[in-house]
Ligand binder design. Structure first.
Ligand SMILES: *Cc1c(COP(=O)(O)O)cnc(C)c1O
Length: 386
């Protein structure tokens, strides 16, 4: 079986996890801070808050930015449902901005068109969530400029993108956003099994994120409403959750971080190899914006269906039949039944929908051999009947 994505676990990772199991703290110990510091150092962000998964990070990022009933969050339809659901958790409403046909990311031109209309209707978004699909950063300079003009906050959903760069700087440094979110699910670039992180350069947001991660409880006298009543004392000053990461997971993250740069390099090697192997097929290969150094979480091909005689579904099924576990990222969120009930319908976001009819994510992870890449390429050719 060749998976579309999977983790890489070394003996050093295993040793790091075992060391925590033999230590005093399985959770709320020193590994969390170590992992946060490593990711902050890599990205250049001032603050990093590790959480149980990226969905939790998106949720508390929205709350930290005061998203609530009556507010709007806009994101791309071409994403995992979590990028939109985070708004609904807060009682806010969701809308979408269609994608750019080349990068498949949220399109800043369409964003501006929609903002102009929303401004007239008095329905501007409080938060926009650009998603760095496949690990390629969005046009953040343009989105940030619109944020300044129209007064919205920005959460980068960088679940695919740790280790990538935008304009020569690490994704996550917060130059163009308020908060950046990473996911450490096993298919992503580095893993902690389940895990996520929120990064920010704002001390105030970092404090809020830290409170929301752990029940709204603080042991910091500076955040309390009255003096400490004793060494046992803590206060609940907000309504938070238990969204903590464990030390076991964080130790795995610390160990994985030592290989992040190599991982992304390896993903670029694989992408280059696929580019060669697939060059003569009627496929649209991943286009890369000159400003971007993708983390290459995914390698997505688009089938040029008018140039050969099998369907999208047939190609997909033929590859699966060969145990090549291809995938499709993503079913446009607005076409999900839950979102259709809110009034969204087919046809609302044509670029994302057209992409969905043609896209296939072929295997992309660091342990693929050249033999496997060749097998994927020849199987794809065969599946297309060529
Ligand atoms: C994986 C993913 C998430 C959710 O990550 P979890 O850590 O599994 O909660 C959110 N957004 C995008 C774009 C993702 O790919």
């Amino acid at each position: 079986m060749i998976a579309y994505g999977r983790q890489d676990i070394t003996q050093a990772d295993i040793d790091a996890v075992i060391a925590v199991l033999q230590s005093d703290n399985l959770t709320q110990g020193p590994q969390i801070v170590k992992f946060e510091n490593r990711v902050a150092a890599h990205t250049g962000a001032l603050h990093a808050i590790a959480v149980s998964n990226a969905t939790a990070a998106l949720h508390i990022a929205c709350l930290a930015l005061d998203l609530g009933p009556g507010d709007w969050l806009w994101t791309t339809p071409n994403t995992f449902v979590a990028s939109a659901n985070c708004a609904l958790y807060c009682g806010a409403q969701v809308d979408f901005v269609d994608t750019d046909p080349h990068s498949y990311n949220l399109c800043p031109v369409k964003l501006e068109e929609k903002l102009i209309v929303a401004a007239l209707a008095g329905k501007l978004p409080k938060i926009v969530v650009p998603v760095h699909l496949t690990g390629q950063p969005c046009d953040m300079a343009a989105i940030h400029a619109l944020g300044q003009k129209y007064g919205f906050k920005i959460i980068e959903d960088a679940s695919h993108a740790i280790g990538g760069q935008y304009k020569g700087e690490p994704i996550g440094n917060g130059r163009y956003s308020d908060i950046t979110v990473f996911s450490f699910h096993p298919v992503k670039i580095i893993t902690t099994a389940e895990g996520g992180m929120a990064l920010t350069n704002s001390a105030e947001l970092a404090t809020r994120l830290g409170l929301l991660r752990s029940h709204g409880i603080t042991r910091d006298p500076a955040l309390m409403t009255e003096p400490m009543q004793g060494p046992w004392y803590y206060q609940q000053v907000a309504l938070g959750f238990n969204y903590r990461m464990t030390d076991i997971q964080a130790a795995l993250g610390v160990s994985q971080m030592t290989r992040l740069v190599d991982y992304v390099k390896r993903r670029h090697d694989i992408a280059r190899r696929y580019n060669e192997l697939l060059a003569d097929l009627p496929l649209t290969l991943p286009w890369q914006h000159p400003d971007s150094y993708s983390a290459y979480h995914l390698y997505v091909v688009r089938l040029q269906l008018d140039k050969f005689n099998t369907t999208h579904r047939q190609v997909f099924e033929a590859l699966r039949a060969k145990d090549i576990i291809v995938n499709l990222h993503y079913i446009p969120v607005h076409t999900q039944p839950y979102y259709q009930k809110m009034g969204f319908k087919q046809g609302d976001f044509p670029d994302a929908e057209q992409y969905y009819r043609e896209a296939i994510s072929i295997p992309m992870h660091v342990n693929l051999t050249d033999e496997e890449l060749q097998f994927v390429a020849s199987s794809l050719r065969e599946a297309m009947g060529l």
